[in-house]
Design a binder for this molecule. Structure first.
Ligand code: BG6
Length: 513
């Protein structure tokens, strides 16, 4: 029996809900292992995979960071972020077992010697654990460090697979670049060291089960696709609202803002999935080819239209969930006169046959009334009004990405009684009710996909650059003019008034949060 078959046999309780067979044994090197992302998202996601026997039982994770720590300290700090005993997966005896797979490597990201030692450490672990030479480098570090790590990996000879049978892959977190020019530069650097097939640019929204279901909903069913075009759809609204503030990320957020942080990546990804044509197959190249066509069809923002079609905002003090919260400028680490936007609303057009004349309204923001990510398709009204005097609402199809994952369709129904009164009602599908459990974490899905060599849900170099090409003119215009008087919306509200005007000037309105 070879090593991989032995792993498959050992994983007696592979959970079909999560994965069919455990993946290849491999060594994950996590740069930034003591950071927030690694501890809050990545390690719990890996534990979730281990719990459901999706990781080969011999996998190893080597945390690489600058903080001095022993293996035990690293395990202890990782353990604090795994589910507690009373939470799902928390009582399993697998938690201790999982932590034993974690090891730590203290190193400076800029020190060539550290990479030479890393080479030796990887060879040892590979031999001891019979990992077949498979390696995954995960860059969970601040974006300004990406280039240096990639360069060092290349120089140390770590970018090339160790044999014909082994694989080496790299996951690069968002933000991929700070603007179009820096994204191109980063792509060039990464592509000078790794082959595109080894590079996994992660956007965790693509790993959300509800986001993937958008493709199943559209292309696995015959009902809605015939209606999915300018003849039946009046407009599309995409909302990614958060009630959280900037948390402890002021240093990043001050130079990023909502346009870079959310629109360039997550929200444009959702737009591509809503607007794309059916791919020939559900394989990486087909799906990515269709997605990029959408980005290429979006009408570029001309400087004179930006002031009319893009609104930026920043929250002031207010109340969220009944509790008073400070304004953005009062958050620790934020400049008292900061011009960083914590809210963006914009209108765009996808100039192609399917979407000609159908506006897409996108909005995202922090410290809004409630957390809600949804895609709402607003259909045109019936062409002839038979029920006179009744104020009929348009039909809406709402794909709720989070937190109440599901899909609902609203339509008019006759309310009981002698009168012909029409009331809007909904048909609802809810994940939890239908499947008995909520969706799994996006990071579990994506890490699992990367280990299996499945790149469909990752970003390609050209699409990252195409997304930057759309937002760059907005960034330039904002740079050249002073920001509107900030703050311009109170925490806990639906955003600035100018965002309402953006929709109402077209005779439309945002869905309430
Ligand atoms: C991240 C952004 O990419 O996505 C954060 O940097 C944001 O600012 C987060 O809070 C939202 O992700 P989710 O999965 O909580 O909607």
């Amino acid at each position: 029996m070879d090593a991989h078959s032995a792993d498959v046999a050992e994983a007696t309780q592979t959970d079909a809900y999560y994965c069919e067979v455990p993946s290849d044994p491999c060594l994950i090197v996590m740069f930034g292992a003591s950071g927030d992302l690694a501890r809050r998202k990545l390690l719990p996601a890996l534990y979730d995979l281990a719990l459901h026997s999706c990781l080969a039982p011999r996998f190893r994770l080597l945390g690489f960071a600058r903080t001095g720590m022993r293996d035990d300290d690293f395990r202890k700090s990782a353990g604090e972020f795994l589910p507690k005993a009373e939470e799902p997966g928390g009582a399993s005896g697998k938690k201790e077992d999982f932590l034993q797979h974690l090891q730590y490597f203290k190193g400076d990201y800029d020190d060539p010697d550290a990479y030479q030692q890393l080479v030796k450490r990887l060879e040892e672990l590979d031999r001891e654990r019979q990992l077949g030479g498979n390696r995954l480098f995960y860059l969970a570090v601040p974006p300004e460090v990406y280039m240096r790590i990639v360069e060092h990996l290349g120089k140390a000879g770590l970018a090339k697979p160790v044999s014909d049978k082994a694989w080496t892959r790299v996951i690069i977190e968002k933000p991929f670049g700070h603007d179009g020019a820096s994204a191109r530069e980063l792509n060039e650097k990464v592509l000078s060291v790794f082959d595109e097939s080894q590079i996994y640019r992660i956007d965790h929204y693509l790993g959300k089960e509800t986001v993937q279901n958008l493709l199943v909903f559209r292309f696995g069913n015959g009902i809605f696709e015939p209606l999915w075009n300018r003849n039946y759809i009046d407009h599309v609204q995409i909302t990614a609202a958060e009630s959280l503030g900037v948390e402890n990320r002021a240093a990043f957020y001050e130079s990023a803002g909502a346009l870079r942080d959310m629109i360039q990546s997550h929200v444009l990804q959702l737009t591509s999935l809503v607007a794309m044509e059916a791919p020939a197959t559900f394989e990486a190249t087909s799906v990515r080819n269709e997605k990029i066509k959408v980005l290429q069809s979006i009408r570029p923002f001309a400087t004179e239209t930006i002031w009319k079609s893009v609104v930026r905002g920043q929250y002031g003090p207010g109340n969220v969930d009944g509790k008073p919260v400070p304004g953005y400028r009062q958050e620790p680490g934020v400049k008292r006169d900061s011009a960083a936007e914590t809210f963006v609303a914009l209108k765009l057009h996808v100039d192609n046959w399917r979407w000609s004349g159908v506006p897409f309204y996108l909005r995202t923001g922090k410290r809004l009334a409630r957390p809600l990510t949804e895609i709402a398709i607003r259909f045109r009204q019936a062409p002839h009004r038979v029920f006179r005097g009744e104020n009929l609402e348009e039909n809406s199809l709402v794909l709720n990405i989070q937190p109440d994952e599901g899909i609902s369709l609203s339509f008019g129904a006759k309310s009981p009684g002698a009168q012909m009164h029409i009331q809007s009602v909904t048909m609802d599908f809810q994940y939890k009710r239908a499947f008995g459990s909520g969706p799994r974490s996006a990071y579990s899905t994506l890490i699992n996909d990367c280990i299996r060599g499945e790149a469909t849900l990752f970003d390609r170099a050209d699409s990252v650059e195409a997304a930057w090409a759309l937002v760059d003119p907005i960034l330039d215009a904002w740079k050249s003019a002073s920001a509107p008087p900030f703050p311009n919306y109170p925490a806990g509200s639906d955003g600035p008034r100018a965002a309402d005007d953006l929709a109402s000037s077209d005779g439309r309105r945002w869905r309430a949060l």
